[in-house]
Ligand binder design. Structure first.
Ligand code: GLY
Ligand code: MN
Length: 450
């Protein structure tokens, strides 16, 4: 047994004589594992993170129920919803990346364990549906390696499932449910980055259940559903996700505030001679200390002309005196992304031309943020068009006229905006030409890489 699996409270710290401050002394009979009861933070295990009534930090259990109800209410009689969790992804062999739950599954359940699945069957009951949640359950041999999994009885109590079942039952259950349903809403999960041909957990299990499927086929579970009954789920969940509740807006504000503070601290930290990686590390350190679980995207720390590469992420050049550095970075906090880009002088002082250009962009951005009101009737497309004309006007004022298409071809080749939420780019289901609705959250990023 490794020391990592010891309960900390059973490890005694003893004062050593002379100059050594402390050493750790472990008594063999104290080497017991300390399984926490749940596979994710709960009010009971993490009262500093989860408040009464919340299922995940900032989001009440009742809101997850509302999401499921709204989804099912919009479906015809005889509908079934199937949503599978994310899978652990591997860098190589058994070396895994930190797990992140699949966004739609998390939105509908708040359940954070991999190798899980959800079935919602539309019913005529007052609740309107029956909810089955499939998961690993307690497994001491697995928990020694991976930490606690939530017990089935807690899946019922905490997550509102009518039935909590082992993942092993999922394939057979799905076949039976799908046989009697008329419409089955399901999506193929994205499995980018998974080890080729060696799926684990849910995937491996499902592949075993499906003789047709290759071991690496991530769509294996869809075989249980007749093709004529399959309907896409993502657009329906996407439409719900596009409008943020008050609770979601609060979490998103907190997420953006944390990233904004980390940006400000990182600006003060910057100086010639440091590397771009130093700034990345400083930003991520500030975010992590404020509770951010992961970067919402790979940060861009682009000094000098590196900023001309829109997704520059090598972040391995030195910061030079007199240059600008672009920091495009945001954290994911309690399930919600933030996205901030700022460009600032490495040595703390803009040269006059740098200041003029910065001011032109800032004026454009501020004007566009003001236009983000439902009353203005904008769509993403009309906001983008407005950004092009505003930016053209601002650049003209400082003696940089951009005739014809040069602005959009050379200086501003990307789109102004994208919806943001659980995913950094929640664009999939938002029509670019449709009017924006109250509760939508979008970014405003005009010509951020000049
Ligand atoms: N600012 C990062 C992105 O939108 O891709
Ligand atoms: Mn963005």
């Amino acid at each position: 047994m490794s020391l990592r699996s010891c309960s900390l409270r059973l490890v005694q710290r003893v004062r050593l004589p002379r100059h050594c401050a402390y050493a750790t002394q472990v008594h063999p009979h104290h080497l017991v594992t300390k399984p926490s009861a749940f596979g994710q933070p709960t009010l009971k295990s993490h009262p500093h993170l989860v408040k009464p009534g919340e299922l995940t930090p900032g989001i009440p259990a009742s809101e997850y129920e509302r999401r499921r109800r709204q989804l099912v209410e919009g479906l015809p009689h005889g509908s079934l919803v199937v949503c599978v969790a994310g899978q652990v992804k591997y860098m190589s062999a058994a070396i895994f990346y930190k797990f992140r739950q699949a966004s739609d599954f998390w939105y509908l359940t708040g359940f954070e364990e991999p190798d899980s699945a959800l079935i919602l069957e539309k019913t005529g009951t007052p609740r309107g549906f029956r909810m089955l949640l499939y998961s690993t359950g307690k497994d001491p041999s697995k928990e020694k390696w991976d930490g606690a999994f939530t017990r089935f009885q807690d899946v019922l109590g905490l997550f509102g499932a009518d039935e909590a079942r082992p993942l092993e039952s999922f394939a057979d259950d799905l076949r039976a449910f799908a046989a009697r349903a008329e419409h089955v809403y399901a999506d193929v999960p994205a499995h980018h980055g998974r080890r080729a041909g060696s799926g684990r957990g849910l995937l491996r299990y499902l592949s075993r259940q499906q003789p047709r499927a290759a071991r690496s086929d991530p769509d294996a579970y869809l075989d249980a559903i007749a093709a004529s009954k399959r309907r896409p789920l993502a657009p329906l969940v996407g439409a719900l996700r596009s409008v943020k509740s008050t609770h979601e807006q609060e979490v998103m504000k907190a997420s953006a505030d944390i990233s904004a503070r980390a940006h400000a601290k990182t600006m003060r930290f910057a100086q010639p001679g440091l590397s771009e990686a130093d700034l990345q590390a400083h930003f991520e350190y500030m975010c992590t200390r404020s509770g951010v679980q992961r970067p919402a995207y790979v940060p861009v720390v682009a000094s000098g002309e590196n900023a001309l590469v829109i997704h520059y992420t090598r972040n391995d050049h030195l910061l030079r005196d007199g240059e600008l550095v672009l920091l495009d970075a945001g954290g994911e906090y309690n399930g919600y992304a933030s996205d901030i880009t700022r460009t600032f002088p490495v040595n703390g002082t803009f040269t006059p031309p740098q200041r003029e250009l910065y001011a032109a962009l800032l004026a454009t951005q501020k004007a566009l943020v003001k236009e983000c009101a439902v009353a203005r009737g904008h769509s993403l497309d009309s906001l983008h068009r407005r950004s092009v004309s505003l930016l053209r006007a601002e650049l003209g004022k400082i003696g940089l006229p951009c005739e014809g298409t040069v602005l959009e071809r050379v200086l501003y080749p990307h789109y102004l905006t994208h919806p943001i939420g659980i995913d950094l780019h929640e664009s999939g289901t938002v029509e670019r030409g449709a009017p924006l609705k109250e509760g939508m959250v979008i970014t405003i990023e005009p010509g951020k890489h000049e």
